[in-house]
Design a protein around this ligand. Structure first.
Ligand code: PRX
Length: 646
């Protein structure tokens, strides 16, 4: 923890939409007159039928129901494109920067309109309509944005799957939402390396079944297998359709998208977001948190395969008529200066990235940063995991030259948009703290028994009241929605995060308190990695925990018990890493594997993860009480052979 405080720079208090007094006034009203506040905010969107009912939500046990603006009618694509055309047809909507630094292009709002309509017509020609699910497995190319907005335009529900996921992970997500159509590319390109997307789709579709069409965008041009009965090239289909496609009128509570995310148990869940509340919340938070003004160039480095890409590359910025940059590449290719070069090339004013990238770039020293100008930068953002004060200070002083405030934004796939964050013209900054709640957000810190704690305290973070961007359900499994988020603590939404509140009422997120780990800002369920490991024929049992990792935030530490008679060798260790990588995707690769003759279990057979975490953290002296173990001797062996010894 850091006790430094950075005041709001003088020019920000005057230029920003919100200063401290306005924050307090707006926040108070968002709570005391929630309906009035949100009714007014709803006016930022164009509705074909303006909502007269505002909030209708219940967190009561057995009656979890979340509806906002429920009689409103609108279309998300209309709000992100068409309504801007009278004023902004020639303004750049998307700046695309390729993996290869010589590749970039500007897409105007008019071009975006035309491309989205073409994609929408291609989908319509394959009988995709309102409510149908469309799986999108694309790299960071403009077609990913066209595909998402095309779905929104015709009322189809997109499910974007991050292009780093394996065929099996993709198959699982196709099956869960039963999509009949997949949009992909021949290959992806990241850091100069090709990713065989179409081959992955072929394998996934063979496993999932039920897919009628695969739309293929030609990107690298490498020849790929095309099934004439199922697969077709996007460009050929787009040539024969028009650039006009009407927007489907959608109820505010009609689904906009499904996005799969990992939890403590079982397979990833399909987080469902609906149209009105989500779009309103994404647009409003984008404006206030990034203090977005007309003409600003805004860059969020996330991938559209994650929620950050949905809300803050696409929906929020475009709903606000912004210019949003979409980057195909990685921070260290072709050099460690890439981010800063892109900022100079496109004169980026607002830059939003993840702590893991900041830490990796920080390790390369100041020189790759300092050789670039970055004069255009006005505001910096951080998201995805707690940012350690050292990385915060480096980001602030070296990247931002102490000119640009940092907004450390806490939120989740489930929350749709940012919930705890500084507002740059209003909030004094403390390195490592996400600071204060956004409008309408009521954080609560509770103890293990669910008692709400006041004042300076720490415990588990809950949110007491609904907000418009909240997820509505787990796709196809409302009981799981209630069980996951509303059963640990009654009448409130449980985030799964631990949190501290300081004497100034600032919130400090301390990380997950459940069996979810956060690896380079990517969420991973330990149960998913365990079930992948035990699917290997030589593995009898596995337990996975997170451990502190200098760059990734958390690394994946796997304890593996082998089948009788199997030798624990270096080759087998590598084989198991490759196995998980292939099974789930590179982001799930274990960093450390410890072969364990036995795992610490209670007499009833429950694995004591607390002990495994401490060993993985290289803190064998603070294992706590081990007397309830069935066989305390296993711990001695585990400690002796731990992989993370400093
Ligand atoms: O643990 C918190 C962490 O990321 C989790 C949500 O992950 P995901 O749904 O993948 O969404 C990531 C992008 C919004 C949270 O439960 N997290 C996210 N942002 C922060 C954070 N932890 C600390 N500080 C943050 N700013």
């Amino acid at each position: 923890m850091s006790d430094k405080i950075y005041d709001v720079p003088a020019e920000w208090t005057t230029r920003a939409f919100v200063d401290d007094a306005k924050y307090n006034e707006m926040y108070a009203r968002s709570i005391s007159d929630s309906n009035g506040f949100w009714a007014e905010q709803a006016k930022r969107l164009n509705w074909t039928h303006a909502p007269t009912k505002i909030e209708n939500t219940s967190f009561a046990p057995g009656k979890i129901s979340i509806k906002w603006f429920e009689d409103g009618v609108l279309n998300a694509a209309y709000n992100c494109i068409d309504r801007h055309l009278p004023k902004r047809a020639n303004q750049t909507a998307i700046i695309w920067e390729g993996d290869d630094p010589s590749q970039s292009k500007h897409i105007s709002y008019q071009e975006l309109h035309d491309e989205v309509c073409k994609m929408a017509n291609v989908l319509r020609n394959r009988n995709v309509g309102k409510g149908d699910r469309v799986t999108i497995y694309l790299p960071m190319i403009p077609e990913a944005a066209y595909a998402m907005l095309a779905c929104a335009r015709i009322g189809a529900v997109h499910s974007v799957v991050f292009a780093g996921f394996s065929p099996d992970s993709l198959a699982q997500r196709i099956t869960d939402c039963q999509s009949k159509i997949i949009i992909t590319a021949d290959e992806g390109l990241r850091g100069g390396k090709k990713v065989p997307l179409k081959n992955n789709v072929d394998a996934a579709v063979a496993k999932a079944g039920g897919v009628d069409w695969v739309v293929v965008v030609k990107h690298t041009g490498t020849p790929v297998n095309m099934d004439p009965a199922r697969d077709f090239w996007y460009r050929e289909a787009a040539e024969v359709v028009t650039t006009e496609c009407p927007c489907e009128p959608m109820n505010a509570e009609d689904p906009l998208f499904i996005l799969y995310t990992s939890g403590s148990t079982g397979q990833p869940k399909g987080v469902l977001h609906t149209t009105g509340g989500y779009l309103l919340f994404a647009s409003m938070t984008h404006q206030y948190v990034f203090d977005y003004h007309e003409g600003d160039i805004y860059w969020c480095t996330a991938d559209v395969g994650w929620v950050t890409g949905h809300s803050y590359i696409l929906y929020g910025p475009l709903a606000n008529g912004a210019t949003t940059l979409m980057f195909e590449g990685v921070p260290n290719y072709p050099s460690m200066s890439r981010f800063w070069e892109v900022i100079d090339k496109h004169q980026v004013n607002i830059f939003y990235t993840a702590p893991t990238a900041i830490r990796a770039l920080m390790q390369a020293g100041d020189e790759p940063v300092k050789k670039t100008s970055r004069k255009s930068l006005r505001l910096l953002g951080s998201v995805g995991e707690p940012i350690n004060p050292e990385a915060w200070e480096w980001y602030y002083h070296v990247v931002g030259e102490a000119r640009a405030p940092i907004v450390d934004t806490w939120w989740q796939t489930e929350t749709g948009g940012i919930l705890i964050t500084p507002l740059p013209g209003a909030t004094k900054l403390k390195p490592g703290s996400a600071t204060r709640p956004f409008f309408g957000v009521v954080p609560e810190i509770v103890d293990a028994d669910g008692k709400v704690l006041d004042g300076e305290t720490s415990g588990n973070l809950c949110i007491a009241k609904s907000w418009p961007g909240q997820m509505r359900t787990v796709y196809g499994d409302h009981a799981r929605f209630e069980q996951t988020y509303f059963s640990t603590y009654k009448n409130r939404y449980f985030t799964g995060d631990g949190c501290r509140r300081d004497a100034d009422g600032y919130y400090w997120i301390t990380g997950r308190v459940d069996d979810v780990i956060n690896v380079s800002g990517h969420r991973m369920g330990t149960a998913e990695v365990e079930s992948s490991l035990v699917a290997h024929e030589k593995v009898s049992e596995a337990a996975v925990v997170g451990y502190p990792h200098d760059i990734k935030g958390q690394g994946i530490y796997a304890y593996v018990t082998l089948m009788n008679g199997v030798e624990p060798t270096e080759e087998l260790r590598k084989e198991l890493v490759a196995w998980v990588r292939k099974d789930i995707g590179p982001i799930a690769s274990p960093d450390l594997i410890q072969f364990a003759p036995g795992l610490p279990k209670t007499r009833s057979g429950k694995i004591m993860r607390r002990i495994l975490r401490k060993i993985a953290e290289d803190e064998p002296s603070s294992l706590g009480d081990t007397s309830t173990l069935a066989d305390p001797a296993v711990v001695t062996d585990l400690v002796e052979h731990r992989q993370n010894k400093k």
